[in-house]
Design a protein around this ligand. Structure first.
Ligand code: 5GP
Length: 253
């Protein structure tokens, strides 16, 4: 097979040039990082699970009319996506207090918020993705006023969809991070949901037990990350036929 041109290697994914102009192959790695890559590990099977879960959410969001970069899944680790110009913002939605918000504002983790709260962080690893206001975004030209209006309405739709899908399988969507990209159709520019949606970028708590089913399991050393992500995939019916943690095949007569 011809070697593909690598475009970018991130912490959890590698991007390669796609087969058609304007397309990209997104490869999901098993690498897990936390605290701005200060904590690292390789979690066997994580890439497969995130590829399948992200496909599931992106397809569902597409079906309710949220434009996404997703085109199709190619195999267990790769998906074909539309190439887009990433808006340099991490858009975070919080339904319950947790993580950095709890730390910053002294609100107990798990406290239900009076309404979903949307935050923006500048995508800049060297600066640790700092929280920014819409004033900063406008003043520094990271996104236009129209972009911000579209981002907010799409983000709230993503939150409603994801909260409902999770609730249906007994999981509470505490918070999540998404990213947007710009695609150009001739002279027209539109925004699409980009990157991925997976337990790497969400907080997911079992409603009955409070068990964490997301990357906090890795961040906080709470057990097996593959077990947690597999549980989410199993409940949503997207578990691969071959368990990703399975070792070498055993010969049977
Ligand atoms: P927090 O600000 O509390 O650390 O994170 C809020 C939510 O956004 C969590 O669900 C967390 O997983 C997600 N999030 C924040 N920053 C990142 C990031 O750089 N990468 C990923 N994958 N998720 C992030």
């Amino acid at each position: 097979m011809a070697r593909r041109k690598k475009i970018y290697e991130g912490k959890a994914k590698t991007l390669f040039e796609g087969p058609e102009p304007g397309t990209i192959v997104q490869y999901f790695k098993d690498d897990a990082t936390a605290f701005n890559a200060e904590k690292k590990d390789v979690i066997e099977g994580k890439g497969v699970l995130n590829n399948l879960l992200s496909e599931y959410f992106m397809v569902g969001l597409g079906q309710i009319g949220v434009p996404t970069h997703f085109l199709k899944r190619l195999n267990m680790r790769e998906q074909l996506v539309r190439s887009c110009e990433i808006v340099p913002l991490e858009v975070i939605v919080r339904n319950y207090a947790a993580g950095s918000m709890s730390k910053r504002l002294g609100i107990d983790e798990g406290t239900q918020l009076p309404r979903p709260i949307v935050e923006y962080c500048l995508k800049d690893d060297a600066l640790g993705d700092p929280l920014v206001s819409e004033e900063h975004i406008a003043a520094f030209g990271w996104a236009s006023q129209q972009d911000m209006e579209d981002i907010l309405s799409l983000t709230l739709r993503v939150n409603d969809f994801m909260s409902g899908v999770m609730l249906a399988v007994g999981i509470r969507l505490i918070d999540f991070k998404i990213e947007f990209g710009r695609v150009y159709d001739g002279d027209f520019q539109r925004l699409v949901l980009a990157d991925e949606i997976s337990p790497d970028s969400c907080r997911l708590w079992d409603i009955e037990t409070g068990r964490k089913l997301d990357k906090d399991v890795f961040r906080r050393d709470l057990g097996s990350l593959t077990d947690a992500y597999s549980e989410v995939a199993r409940r949503l019916g997207v578990m691969p036929n071959t368990p990703p943690t399975m070792g070498k095949p055993t010969l049977v007569n």
